[in-house]
Write a protein of this length. Structure first.
Length: 38
């Protein structure tokens, strides 16, 4: 769970970095949900 914070950029200034961080968190959640409900 602590690795999620490492994906977030150090200086989230551009919208691209924020969208990428949200995408990585959503992707990790999707994998966890898939493994959990499988």
């Amino acid at each position: 769970m602590r690795d999620l914070y490492q994906w977030i950029p150090a200086n989230p200034g551009s919208p691209g970095d924020i969208a990428y961080a949200c995408f990585r968190i959503f992707y990790a959640f999707f994998i966890i949900a898939t493994c959990f409900f499988n």
